[in-house]
Ligand binder design. Structure first.
Ligand code: PEP
Ligand code: MN
Length: 335
């Protein structure tokens, strides 16, 4: 709620009257003409606007159209490294973890000719166990950038903490915020301040509104755009790694008109179901896919069971029914 004050208003008294209604002032805004408005945060009990309008000193009360106005106004297309995400299907693929320069190079060289616009891979890995492989760190970022540049690709890679924003933003065309960090608000603010586009993965138990509000944090902090990524939520059934919520994908794509991509790899946790779920995701309205692949999945240091063998990626991409080189041509990369 935006509460505009009369020129003569006593700000303290208005704030006190709002507090008596259970409302708190989140920010004070002053326009060039010196008119003051109070941005009032959400409260536990709904308060009618006309009750607030009757407080002495209040000139007008307006309700924002959306609780996430910047997300609502963003639009369906986000530009990342010169590639339009949201216009036509965009493919992102690569290993779960950047393990070695050879592995990253082999992935980029095989994926670029398939029309995969973005090379993915984690240099910093969020692992459930502290004893599991944590990523190679900074060298991995360099391998990704170099391999992408050699093959006319863009880079999407995860930033895990505030101190990582600088180095990751230096190499990434699209900063990835992982599921486990979707509501790490300090990280969202720091990542947004890099003023780059961000791929925001949905947390495994986040509602759609929480996901959109996390996107609002990024845009309010300066991100140039947010691409949403559905990667499966926690269900009661353990027969697949997660539950791929294609209903939420359709909602974001068709109702909110936002760019949403699907990561079927982390959703399913097993490679055999990834082709079917990739096609389902595109049918639901996803504007792209993020798929994990590995030259030798049996040797992968993380997420081997869900990695598509690099040699099988051509068959998978062909089965998607999207123009194979469209994404790369738009990116201005080698055809
Ligand atoms: C990833 O994409 O590397 C990853 C860790 O995914 P998520 O955050 O969805 O678990
Ligand atoms: Mn993974």
């Amino acid at each position: 709620m935006i509460v505009s004050l009369e020129g003569s208003a006593d700000r303290g008294r208005v704030t006190g009257a709002l507090a008596a209604l259970g409302l708190s002032v989140a920010a004070v805004e002053e326009d060039r003409a010196g008119s003051v408005s109070l941005v009032v945060g959400a409260c536990s009990a709904p308060v009618e606007a006309d009750v607030v309008a009757r407080i002495p000193g209040v000139r007008a009360v307006s309700m924002p159209r959306s609780v996430h106005p910047r997300v609502s106004e963003q639009g369906a297309v986000v530009l990342a490294g010169g590639v339009e995400i949201g216009a036509a299907p965009v493919l992102m693929a690569g290993p779960c973890s950047a393990e070695s320069e050879e592995q990253v190079s082999a992935c980029a060289a095989a994926l670029a000719p398939l029309g995969v616009a973005f090379l993915r891979g984690g240099a910093f890995k969020p692992r459930t166990s502290p004893y599991a492989f944590q990523g190679v760190g900074l060298p991995g970022l360099r391998w990704l950038r170099d391999a992408a540049d050699r093959n006319g690709m863009r880079v999407v890679t995860e930033v895990m903490g505030e101190s990582g924003v600088g180095p990751v933003a230096e190499v990434a065309d699209l900063l990835q915020i992982g599921s486990r960090n979707m509501q790490n608000f300090a990280l969202l603010k720091a990542a947004g301040a890099a003023k780059k586009p961000v791929l925001l993965k949905r947390a495994m138990s986040a509602t759609v509104e929480e996901w959109l509000l996390a996107g609002e944090y990024l845009l309010a902090s300066g991100a140039s755009g947010v691409v949403f990524c559905e990667r499966g939520i926690r269900g009661f059934d353990t027969s697949t790694r997660n539950l791929l919520d294609l209903g939420a994908v359709a909602l974001l794509a068709h109702v909110h008109k936002l760019p949403v991509i699907v990561d079927p790899s982390h959703a399913m946790g097993r490679r055999d179901l990834i082709p079917a779920m990739s096609r389902a995701a595109l049918a639901a309205g996803a504007t792209g896919l993020m798929i994990e692949t590995h030259p030798s999945p049996a040797d992968a240091r993380s997420d081997g069971p869900q990695a598509i063998p690099l040699a099988s990626m051509a068959e998978l991409v062909a089965s998607l029914g999207i123009p194979p080189r469209a994404a790369l041509r738009r990116a201005g990369g080698r055809a």
